[in-house]
Design a protein around this ligand. Structure first.
Ligand code: NAD
Ligand code: TYD
Length: 351
């Protein structure tokens, strides 16, 4: 189902947010699969962006890094005017807890930044604009799985800002005919994830025998997908026919609650369950997300390949082997955020 009008193998790719977790893993896969591709990463290098995430591709022919903000017209317009086949927008503020404390940067980057990119591709056409959205735009789904037609009911400022960017991108397809595709993936895990998110936080805390802060009951569930499966889905979409104007859910049907995830992380780090500590729940904490990704599977044949237990084991091993990557991140601003964000609850007697 390859689209021969789009030069997936030799094309010019602009990957925004490519120094972050998923963007970097995507760039690694892209350059591994298509060594002839020309890849420009545009990234602001916020606290979550890390030039080290691009070390595996830095010296490859065809790779270039540009530091800058997707909301900055004076940078974005001339850059996109250079000519790209694909613009893939991973750039975003991404952490729900931070969006609760300070939503401003979420609205700026996740809505206004998307607008800037869309205006630039309107003036300088591309073959495909991929807006990386999220399953969180559907809000919590207490049973079943959201199809692409389900209503959007985002419940926190991160999810709401992403819903804004998601629909704005679609509007540029419907109104101006820009070749936009929107993807909504479930929770990713894997190497290079900033250690504020559940898996890398719990793994690195466990390595240091620090408490693992569980929000509320620990029964909130997510669908966990390995980041390489997400990256492969995006590459598949880049090469597929008829994706313009479409939305594709991406998921793995691996529903686990926080306590179930923590159990596997403790098992693979060899640490005791006594590290689990309850903290005051996140306000507006969505209880469950689940997407139905049959539309993408039917259209392209893509399906997730990394089995949860093996993926989690590999992920734990990666953080164990890369302390030089994550230790410097758990300092300074991160520790201030951590102290402010978590309120540990007193332990019940007898526990
Ligand atoms: P991340 O926080 O690890 O990385 C985000 C990157 O964007 C960072 O490198 C950061 O420096 C960059 N960035 C932020 N603001 C920018 C700006 N104004 N201009 C340019 N660059 C900027 O996030 P991630 O987990 O890799 O998520 C990537 C994308 O995937 C996001 O759009 C997110 O909403 C989406 N997504 C994430 C998940 C998940 O589980 N992590 C699931 C579904 C969708
Ligand atoms: P997170 O990684 O922040 O992703 P999401 O965007 O889905 O909220 O959190 C995943 C789940 O783990 C979510 O139910 C909140 C929970 N969680 C904790 O219990 N403790 C933590 O320290 C973190 C970061 C998350």
């Amino acid at each position: 189902m390859a689209n021969h009008n789009r030069p997936v193998e030799t094309g010019r790719y602009l990957v925004t947010g490519g120094a972050g977790f998923i963007g970097a893993n995507f760039v690694h896969l892209l350059m591994e699969r298509y060594p002839q591709a020309k890849v420009t990463v545009l990234d602001k290098l916020t606290y979550a962006g890390n030039p080290k995430n691009l070390d595996p591709v830095r010296d490859k022919a065809g790779f270039r890094f540009v530091q800058g903000d997707i909301s900055d017209e004076s940078l974005v317009t001339p850059l996109i005017a250079e000519g790209f086949d694909f613009v893939i927008n991973f750039a975003a503020e991404t952490h729900v807890d931070r969006s609760i404390g300070d939503p401003a940067s979420f609205v700026t980057t996740d809505v206004f930044g998307v607008y800037r990119l869309l205006e630039a591709v309107k003036a300088h056409p591309v073959s495909l604009f991929v807006q990386i959205s999220t399953d969180e735009v559907y809000g919590e789904v207490m049973e079943g799985a959201s199809t692409e037609e389900a209503p959007l009911m985002p419940r926190n400022p991160y999810a709401a800002s992403k819903a804004g960017g998601d629909r704005l991108a679609y509007s540029y397809y419907a109104t101006y005919g820009i070749p936009v595709v929107v993807t909504r993936c479930s929770n990713n895990y894997g190497p290079y994830q900033y250690p504020e998110k559940l898996m890398p936080l719990f793994i690195t805390n466990a390595i240091d025998d620090e408490p693992l802060p569980v929000y509320g009951s620990g029964k909130n569930t997510r669908d966990w997908i390995h980041v390489r499966d997400h990256a492969a889905a995006i590459l598949t979409i880049c090469g597929a026919d008829g994706v313009e104007g479409e939305i594709y859910n991406i998921g793995a049907d691996t529903e686990k609650n926080v306590l179930e995830v923590a159990d596997r992380l403790l098992h693979h780090t060899g640490k005791p369950a006594s590290l689990l500590k309850q903290v005051v729940d996140r306000p507006g904490h969505d209880r469950r997300y689940q997407v139905d990704w049959t539309k993408l599977n039917r259209a392209t044949g893509w399906k997730p390949e990394v089995e949860f237990e093996a993926g989690v084991q590999q992920t734990v091993e990666w953080y164990q082997a890369h302390e030089d990557w994550w230790r410097p991140l758990k300092s300074g601003e991160f520790l201030d955020y951590y102290k402010k964000n978590y309120k540990f609850l007193p332990e019940e007697k007898g526990k």
